[in-house]
Design a protein around this ligand. Structure first.
Ligand code: 5AD
Length: 352
């Protein structure tokens, strides 16, 4: 476990070293990584799992990512856009239920220019003063990120998708650039957002090497949040016949990310819950500590389809809080509605 020891002592590993941590299952068995990652999570955050209320507020997207069901070329996708009133009332209801983080997630929808989104952020902050707002609306200009931050947005999710630029170009059309994506992430950090990066596991053309690049990148960016889920094909995309990503590998990478970034906020994602019936708890057991119950009005939830088979059973339902808390507690966790901001702890301050 010498490589692990070095990561825990705060060393940045090379790509080759990450490659052996990813691939050498004999030296680093899944179970050992999950246990270590869990114990690190417990030391930083305890057994608490932070609940974030998710509002999928627009399914329009100008981008054409080959993997995503919301891509603009998917003429079969049913598009919707919540009105500001609908978004506000979803948040107010969520606030009354106790939620203290709202995640506004959507495609890159030209309608939501700054002159619409900035006032919306302000209004949510006004009616939900103690809540954190997380935005997840893709690539925008520095000025836009700044205006949104000044309006009160606290956090921003923008997965880097892959840290290998060649791989990036195989997942996206030529009008999307890896450099711009990474630039956006650095800008978000500079502006003081708690910033979330992340990647799909097992996306087409991915490999242990691309994952090793992801680990090197995450160790250098040090995002406060990291979203990791298996790739799941969507039938009406160019990757519709590709294979789903492995749940086991996803869990292994979650553990490695927890070990590399002990105080990161790591969601156990909907994609993981969709790929495997006990995926959400398995994600927590591998070191994750966030879940994102959905408070999007149910009639639209079925239209926000990034991949096939999205779980819309009720278990993910933000309106069924008691059920969620019960399931977490049966698995040995304590669901909490508090803001759950990032805790900054240098690895060296702890003896893992
Ligand atoms: N499978 C899994 N995750 C996906 N995403 C988009 N499409 C898929 C898919 N087919 C993820 C991307 C994106 C986030 C919103 O959802 O990582 O950043």
């Amino acid at each position: 476990m010498d490589l692990i020891r070095r990561v825990l002592d705060g060393a940045s590993l090379s790509k080759t070293e990450w490659l052996s941590l990813i691939c050498d299952e004999e030296a680093y068995p899944d179970i050992a990584l999950h246990e270590l990652a869990s114990s690190i999570r417990d030391k930083v955050y305890g057994r608490r799992v932070f609940l974030r209320a998710l509002v999928e507020f627009t399914s329009y997207c100008r981008n054409d990512c080959y993997y995503c069901g919301l891509r603009r070329s998917n003429g079969l996708a049913e598009r919707y856009r919540l009105t500001p009133d609908e978004i506000l009332s979803a948040c107010s209801d969520g606030y009354a239920a106790g939620f203290r983080t709202f995640v506004l997630q959507g495609g890159e929808d030209a309608y939501w220019r700054d002159d619409r989104l900035v006032p919306l952020v302000r209004m949510i902050k006004q009616s939900c003063p103690e809540a954190a707002i997380t935005l997840s609306v893709g690539e925008r200009s520095r000025e836009s990120y700044r205006a949104l931050r000044e309006a009160g947005a606290d956090r921003y999710l923008l997965r880097h998708e892959t840290a290998d630029s060649v791989h990036y170009s195989l997942l996206h059309p030529a009008d999307m650039s890896f450099g711009n994506r990474i630039g956006c992430l650095r800008t978000l950090k500079e502006l003081g957002y708690q910033t979330g990066a992340g990647m799909m596991i097992g996306s087409p053309h991915s490999s242990a090497e691309t994952l090793a690049s992801d680990m090197v990148f995450l160790q250098s960016l040090k995002p406060e949040m990291v979203g990791i889920g298996p790739f799941i094909p969507h039938r009406d995309t160019p990757f519709g016949s590709e294979r789903m990503g492995s749940v086991e590998l996803t869990l292994r990478i979650i553990s490695l990310v927890r070990i590399a970034l002990p105080s990161a906020l790591i969601p156990s994602t909907t994609a993981l819950a969709t790929a495997s019936s006990d995926g959400q708890i398995a994600g927590l057991d591998a070191g994750a500590n966030v879940i994102m119950p959905n408070i999007t009005p149910v009639r639209e939830r079925k239209k926000y389809l990034l991949y096939d088979g999205k779980k819309i059973t009720g278990e993910e339902d933000g309106y069924n809080l008691a059920g969620i808390m019960e399931r977490l507690s049966l698995a040995g966790y304590e669901g909490t509605l508090e803001r759950g901001d990032f805790i900054s702890v240098a690895a060296s301050q702890h003896s893992w």
